[in-house]
Ligand binder design. Structure first.
Ligand code: NAD
Length: 231
C-alpha cells in the first residue's frame, strides 16, 4: 500500500470545487458498475460527469493513488473509497418539509433510496395533504414535527417550502433533532455553525453552466473538439 493511501485524507485538505464534484464521480461509477464495467479510465468517468479526463484524474488523486497508469481505476474499489470518504456507506434517514410540486417529486424519486437515503417522513401545513402519503412516505402535520421525530434519529431534512416559511422549517427541524439541512429554497437561512448545511439551486447551476458555455461553439466543430478532449 502506498504512503498516499495510508495517509488519512482530511476533508479540509481537498479544495471545495473538487469536493463538490466527488458525488458526481461516485454517481458515474455506479453507472459504470451497473453496466458491468470492472475497470474504467478517467475518460470513461469524466464523460459521465460532463468533465474531462485531466480534471477527473486530478480530482480523484486527492483521495490517494487509486488508479493505475495506462490501465484505469478498479470501479468497485473506487466506489468504496468514495463512499467511505463521503460518508455514504451507511444508510441515512431523511425527512422532507413541504410536500408541494418539488417536494412531491423528491418523495417519488426512487434514486434516493437506491443510494442509501431513506425518506422516512414528510411534513406539511396543508390539511388536504396531512395523513396522506406520497411515494410511500407518510405526510404529517408540520406543527407536530418535534413530537413525531421524538426518539427518531434523523440525519438530514430536505426543505422545500415557500421562501417565507424556510427559516421556521429549518429551525424546527433542528429543534426536532435533525443533524443536517439540504435547503432547496432560494433564500439564505441561518443555521448554527456546527450544522452541516447545503443548498441546491437549479437556477444557480444553470448560471454556472452558462459561464462555462461562454467561448464554446454550437454545431459540428464544437462536437469534434469535445470528442478530441476525451482521448
Ligand atoms: P409549492 O407551493 O408547490 O409547495 C410548497 C409546499 O410547502 C406546500 O405543500 C405548502 O403547503 C407547504 N408549506 C408551506 N408552509 C409550510 C410550513 N411552514 N411547513 C411545512 N410546509 C409548508 O412550491 P414548490 O414549487 O414545490 O417550491 C417549493 C420551494 O422550492 C420554493 O421555495 C421554491 O422556490 C423552491 N424551488 C427550488 C428549486 C431549486 O432548484 N432549488 C426548484 C424549484 C423550486
Amino acid at each position: 500500500m502506498s504512503a498516499d493511501r495510508r495517509k488519512k485524507i482530511s476533508k479540509k485538505s481537498i479544495p471545495q470545487p473538487t469536493l463538490s464534484r466527488l458525488p458526481y464521480y461516485l454517481r458515474a461509477l455506479y453507472v459504470l458498475d451497473d453496466e458491468g464495467k470492472k475497470i474504467a479510465s478517467s475518460a470513461d468517468i469524466a464523460e459521465l460527469v460532463g468533465s474531462n479526463s485531466a480534471q477527473a484524474r486530478k480530482d480523484l488523486s486527492c483521495l490517494g493513488e487509486h488508479g493505475h497508469r495506462g490501465v484505469g481505476y478498479n470501479v468497485k474499489n473506487l466506489i468504496s473509497v468514495l463512499e467511505r470518504f463521503l460518508g455514504v456507506s451507511r444508510k441515512r434517514r431523511v425527512i422532507l418539509v413541504g410536500v408541494g410540486r418539488l417536494g412531491s417529486a423528491l418523495l417519488r424519486y426512487k434514486g434516493l433510496k437506491e443510494r442509501g437515503f431513506e425518506v422516512v417522513a414528510a411534513f406539511d401545513v396543508d390539511s388536504e395533504k396531512i395523513g396522506k402519503s406520497e411515494g410511500g412516505v407518510p405526510i404529517y402535520d408540520f406543527n407536530d414535527i418535534e413530537d413525531k421525530l421524538d426518539g427518531e434519529k434523523i440525519d438530514i431534512a430536505m426543505i422545500t417550502v415557500p421562501a417565507k416559511a424556510a427559516q421556521e422549517a429549518v429551525d424546527r427541524a433542528l429543534q426536532a433533532g435533525v443533524r443536517g439541512i439540504l435547503n432547496f429554497v432560494p433564500v439564505p437561512v441561518k443555521v448554527p455553525e456546527n450544522v452541516p448545511y447545503r443548498t441546491v439551486c437549479i437556477a444557480a447551476e444553470l448560471q454556472l453552466l452558462s459561464y462555462y458555455l461562454k467561448g464554446t461553439k454550437y454545431g459540428a466543430k464544437g462536437k469534434k473538439k469535445r470528442k478530441e478532449n476525451y482521448k
